[in-house]
Ligand binder design. Sequence first.
Ligand SMILES: [Zn+2]
Length: 436
Amino acid sequence: MVRNILGIILFKAFCYYLSLNTNKYLNIITSKNLSRDLLEKYQIECLKNYIDLQKNNFTNLFKRLDAKEIRSYSGLLKYLSLQKYSNKISIKNAVDSLYNRNCRLKKNKIIRETTGTTGIPISIYLDHENSSFQLMVRKYCFSWYSINIGVKEARFWGTKENTFKYRFKNFILNRKIFNFFEDNSLNNAKRLINYNPLYFYGYSSLIFEAARIFEKYKLTLPSLKAIFCTGETLFDYQKQYIEKVFNCSVAREYGCSEVDIIAFECKKGKYHIVNPNIVLEDSTEGCVITDLGNFSMPIFRYVLGDKLIIGLNSCSCGNQSPVIEKIEGRSISQKVILPNGKYLHAVVFAHIIEDLNRNIAPIIRFRVYQKSKLLFLFIIELEQIHENGIKNEIRKYIKSIVRERIHPKVIVNIHFKRIMPEPGRKYDYYISEIND
Ligand SMILES: [Zn+2]
């Protein structure tokens, strides 16, 4: 209790030290999430302002834009469609020219390093205003589950530094790092119980692993109020399993390191678009985002590549903000190359596994390697040890669907075993080994 109150105070002090304004933007975020209409009007004004401020800084980006001509939301989308796409590689190649030295920076700029599931490490520059805005989006989303930033957090994270600076930062932010892939012992679970967090935050696969250990040893966490999963696809059945084991709400976050949270799952299971500075476009490249709040480095028509379906109806939870009906895939690397040179989204494998899980046997996790255009390797981790009958049924089902969807002559190898993480990367269920 004391540590939670102290955590909230320390967090405020930390924000003050970094010149992060913790209250300024909360009103904007909550009011702009009221309705699609308000959000669209806000974004039109933001884009006009953005172009006016940036056209002299990044002349090669905005020369075809005249902000005065944007009068409606369809006009905004049309204007954006005239601009070039950007992606991790284009930002990485031009990082120095993209960084706007004249932006409204106070103190030092904030640099966010990211690799994502694409395996391409880049640096994103932010100013304090934008960083504050993103933080308030997070505060707003967590408040749906009665979580205040600064209370005790168990963070399920893959990478661990062991520097004093990192440990000190975790202490100030009132969080401890847990990783049940690296250590799935009862002792690690007891360490988590002794820590007694109010919420979990982290990679879906690591939280799922913790749930398995807690179920195995019949352990509980009495103070846990909510679990926020991020970074990787968490299927509905996995979410339900985590909810059952920890007896609390589980919400999925959709976002990326470049702009932080884009959408957040409400208690009715819908992803609400929560950051009004982010314009989402559904393009031939998949999901494309523009961050109208980043004046240090243009995240402009930035290709995320996930397939999104933006809903037209509002959610029954009472929040009027637009919702994403469906998110398929979590990275642009999920491209399955077909023998005829065309592509298929790797979500096809996720659908096969969901069918198997529903109809044949519970599956913990899976991974598919595309070795060549006609060779696939499936690794399946089953919840229980099964006799060969079930395994043969699974093999038969996978082969028939893959051959139907990809090519009749495709070779599919299927192994049943535990899936371990690959050092230095987030869990991704599909890995292509083809150089495209
Ligand atoms: Zn909702």
